[in-house]
Design a protein. Structure first.
Length: 538
């Protein structure tokens, strides 16, 4: 798996080169792709700088069972993507698809507009126009320099924003910060231990120390803030096909890391296959489920502000944890026979992620930096208590945070940080949530690591909405270019006209009931045909 890396260091010889474009879009996400395409549709030149070896982020990296909430909230280029994927399978739209089909769709779409992504480029600095709060260039490790008039940070990490000195936050605000109820430290029943599991290396002996992955610090007060971020994982594409690839045993495999799960299974937990969500091609999008699963809880805390080499180390720790988990489940005698045999009937899809041995190349960076700018989306926006007048798209998913840590409570292990609250209507996402403070940057938009509290970001952070916001950011950049103004001075009525022309959905009918429009997980209107059709596999 020589290609399974987050970071590909440049060669020892730096080659200085300058690329000029009207708009520089940075990031591997699907938002970067829609931003780049909309920029070309608006008649501007664009440089798409990708901090990785592949394009499409999670949409092409294993998240084929699309997290939607309410698909009527999705329009514009985002909706066009799902229609293009549907055309591949011979249907009007498809929301559950194979990763390779998503990547091919993105590649073909970029080619239509003559956009060639600049891959494996890692920014190190920005240059500013003398005496102005405007970015002038983005400099990368390889020697590449992108000079542009407008910049869009569409990365999951918010690196361009950070290099520009734009205010941002990592972690969870306290509930008191925005008068919220779901932020900060939270202890809920979801993805929680359903049986008491002894946390000590030698059961019943506190002197033996805690099992791997348990935070020894006392649990902080509920609702208090900290710098922790929710857990990351890989969305595996699994199959029971005869040509499936066996789960690899990772280098540095440590069986003691899975003792907590072994004890939980022996206590009777029986939901190992709960999140093997079906997608096309008789495959799955397999996600985290339960108290101990694919989420590497606690392993993500250092990632947002880490250097490129440090992030590579953290990435590989996640690889080792999750590959080790699958190896444990299929090979370790501590796993009850029925579960070990059942799990052994699954493997990695041989025709997915071929360059990385069937393993997803994209780590699910659920949360990193978040912009601190002119508008912060909070749970009050999600619940309709606050309504932004300058919406550039709708949020429609539940407020969803994965666990942030494992802690000791009354002598037993508990997970902390998981929140799942749904049942509210789609709500407008403010344009100002993408704009930094004027004094910090006049020509930068941030559609992915946008301004939101931790818990509200758990609603916004879904792939369709990133695509929506990427397109909206590009339309705003177009107006800023057209009128030679700061992004903060873009007139919302002008932007709204472009959003409407681009088929974005930015408002919601006021008379609709919550039952019709609530943020619930998407269910298909008809049973999903699992066999691929069309030219899948080419």
């Amino acid at each position: 798996m020589s290609e399974l890396h987050y970071y590909f260091p440049p060669s020892s010889e730096r080659i200085a080169r300058v690329v000029r474009a009207e708009v520089c879009v940075y990031g591997t996400s699907a938002a970067g792709i829609t931003a780049a395409i909309q920029t070309r549709m608006s008649g501007h030149t664009v440089a798409l700088v990708v901090n990785g070896a592949r394009i499409g982020g999670l949409t092409a990296g294993g998240l084929g069972n699309t997290d939607i909430g309410n698909k009527r909230a999705i329009g514009g280029l985002a909706r066009e993507f799902y229609r293009r994927v549907g055309a591949h399978y011979g249907v009007g739209e498809e929301w559950r698809f194979e990763p390779k089909v998503a990547e091919h769709t993105f590649q073909a779409w970029l080619q239509e507009f003559g956009i060639t992504p600049l891959l494996r480029e890692y920014p190190t600095a920005v240059g500013r126009e003398p005496g102005r709060g405007r970015l002038q260039e983005l400099r990368c490790e390889s020697g590449l320099v992108i000079r542009a008039r407008q910049f869009i940070d569409a990365s999951y990490e918010g690196d361009l924003m950070a290099l520009a000195g734009v205010s941002n936050i990592v972690g969870r605000e306290s509930n008191a910060t925005f008068a919220e109820s779901l932020n900060g430290v939270q202890m809920h029943a979801t993805h929680q231990f359903e049986a008491r599991v002894d946390p000590y290396v030698r059961a019943g002996d506190p002197a033996s120390g805690l099992l791997s992955g348990i935070n020894p610090e006392p649990l902080a007060p509920i609702g208090s803030g900290d710098a922790k971020v929710q857990a990351y994982n890989f969305r595996m594409c699994l199959t029971q096909a005869a040509d499936r690839l066996p789960f690899p045993k990772p280098a540095g495999y440590r069986p003691e890391e899975y003792e907590l799960l072994a004890r939980y299974l022996q206590a009777g937990w029986d939901e190992l296959f709960k999140k093997f969500d079906p997608i096309r091609g008789k495959k799955t999008d397999t996600n985290n489920h339960g108290a101990v699963s694919t989420d590497f809880i606690g392993g993500s805390w250092r990632f947002p502000a880490a250097t490129w080499p440090e992030r590579e180390e953290i990435f590989q720790e996640h690889v080792r944890w999750q590959q080790g988990l699958m190896w444990f489940l299929t090979n370790d005698a501590r796993v009850p026979d029925k579960w070990r045999m059942a799990m052994s009937s699954w493997g990695l899809a041989a025709d997915e992620f071929v360059a990385t041995g069937g393993w997803p190349h994209q780590l699910y960076i659920r949360e990193a930096r978040r912009l601190q700018g002119d508008y912060i989306i909070t749970e009050h926006d999600c619940l309709g208590r606050t309504v932004a007048p300058d919406g550039v798209g709708l949020g429609a998913y539940a407020m969803d945070s994965h666990n942030c840590q494992r802690v000791l409570v009354d002598g037993f292990v508990r997970n902390e940080g998981d929140v799942q609250v749904s049942g509210f209507k789609p709500y407008p996402i403010s344009y100002r949530a993408m704009t930094p403070r004027r004094r910090e940057a006049e020509n930068l938009l941030v559609p992915v690591c946008l301004g939101a509290s931790h818990i509200a970001y758990g609603s916004v952070r879904m792939e369709p909405f990133f695509m929506i916001l990427g397109q909206s950011a590009a339309l705003a950049a177009h107006l800023a270019l057209q009128h030679d103004i700061a992004v903060q001075d873009v007139a919302y009525p002008d932007l709204r006209r472009l959003l409407d022309a681009g088929n974005q959905v930015v408002g919601w009918p006021p008379g609709e009931s919550e039952n019709e429009t609530g943020a619930i997980l998407y269910e298909p209107e008809a049973p999903l045909p699992l066999e691929s059709t069309g030219d899948a596999g080419r």
